[in-house]
Design a protein. Structure first.
Length: 392
């Protein structure tokens, strides 16, 4: 395939002060006159890692994704020690068929299926009869399920979801009488390919009487992270599209919420650990931390699920509503409950026309917190390698 007028671009990736392993990086894709390449998710692009002499050493997967009015190219960096740099060359040319990577299958008004290299990963359920959209099942490395759907003790804990117990006086957390709902209004597939798959879901938060409370935009991105990990990003925006929004102080909330698999629960031998070395519900519940990891045994294999709170988030580092019975949420709101002090409040108001955005990463891994290097993987997310264009 000929790309008249299109050359190559050289990128330099700098690790910074941290060792990097299997980290996804991204940079502007200078493909203005070749947008046809990007429209298909980067088909027609080839990325090469260069050796110390500037020669092509190996081809690596690359994919373009939409970013505002332009495009970004994403690719994996397998191993880059702290303080080191590596260079990559992007060319606009057809390459051989490679790994399918992440595929996204949309069944409109019902669900979205994500698969990684042909293996099912998760399904985002959006059908009309649910209280709010959720991901289930969520499979870790080896295909084992790491979440629980609507257990009898808390039927509203739907695996992995977004919810809040007090929005303009309405309860969009429980499924009790008079609860509010999140009604899916549509899903757009933003991309799929060798590096990632991504969707944008739009929903309305609606009271039990049908009043629209606010609008939610949630972008879910699933990465091709190799055989020993599953990584997904949740970028959530709450828009006060219809009126001002009051978000109340309550522990019954999770801007991202998970109910871990029953066998992983702390009460069944699992472990809760946070970024500061605290362990157990007693040390982690209601405490602030950049991340928390919850791990335990699933079918005789030790698996964990960590949630990362991005430094740009409101009230970072967030508080954690994490329980021995398996509930695990990032909760910026329930401050009076967490501190046992009614003078400290987590209420917040979003004026009409304004918005509040959050970014979280879910890292599903083999082994315990130390083995999976959860702290290092958090740094990949919060303080990623820097990427610059050195030649184009």
């Amino acid at each position: 395939m000929s790309h008249s007028g299109c050359g190559t671009t050289i990128y330099e990736v700098k690790a910074g002060p941290h060792d990097r392993e299997n980290v996804i990086v991204s940079a502007d894709c200078p493909a203005g006159e070749c947008s046809c390449c990007c429209e298909g998710g980067g088909h027609g692009h080839r990325m090469w890692r260069l050796d110390e002499h500037g020669e092509r050493a190996e081809q690596v997967p690359a994919q373009c994704v939409p970013d505002g009015d332009g495009w970004r190219v994403c690719w994996p960096v397998a191993d880059l020690p702290a303080g080191k740099a590596a260079r990559y060359e992007l060319t606009l040319e057809e390459g051989p068929e490679g790994t399918p990577g992440v595929t996204v299958a949309l069944d409109e008004a019902r669900k979205v299926d994500f698969a990684i290299n042909g293996e099912p990963f998760t399904t985002y359920v959006i059908k009309p009869d649910v209280a709010r959209p959720y991901c289930y099942p969520v499979r870790g490395p080896g295909g084992l399920e790491v979440t629980n759907l609507g257990p009898s003790d808390h039927v509203h804990h739907k695996s992995m979801y977004v919810a809040q117990g007090e929005v303009n006086g309405c309860d969009n957390w429980s499924e009790g009488e008079g609860h509010a709902r999140t009604v899916n209004m549509g899903v757009t597939v933003l991309g799929q390919g060798p590096v990632l798959g991504s969707i944008l879901a739009t929903g309305d938060w609606v009271s039990s009487r049908g009043q629209k409370l606010m609008q939610e935009l949630t972008r879910i991105t699933v990465y091709n992270a190799g055989p020993d990990a599953r990584i997904m990003d949740w970028d959530i925006t709450w828009y006060a599209a219809y009126q001002g929004v009051h978000v109340g102080d309550t522990k019954e909330a999770g801007t991202i919420s998970v109910r871990v698999a029953e066998s992983m629960e702390e009460r069944h031998g699992g472990c809760i650990a946070n970024a500061y070395g605290a362990k157990t519900e007693a040390e982690c519940w209601g405490k602030r931390a950049p991340w928390v990891d919850y791990y335990g045994t699933v079918a005789d294999e030790l698996l964990g699920l960590a949630i990362f709170d991005h430094p740009s988030n409101f009230r970072h580092p967030t508080y954690w509503h994490v329980r021995s019975y398996g509930l695990f949420t990032a909760n910026e709101w329930g401050i009076h409950d967490f501190t046992d002090d009614w003078s400290q409040r987590g209420d917040h108001t979003i004026p009409k026309g304004w918005h509040l955005s959050f970014s979280f990463r879910v890292y599903i891994h083999r082994g315990d917190t130390k083995t999976a290097e959860v702290g290092a993987r958090y740094l990949d997310y919060a303080y990623p390698p820097t990427v610059t264009i050195v030649e184009s």
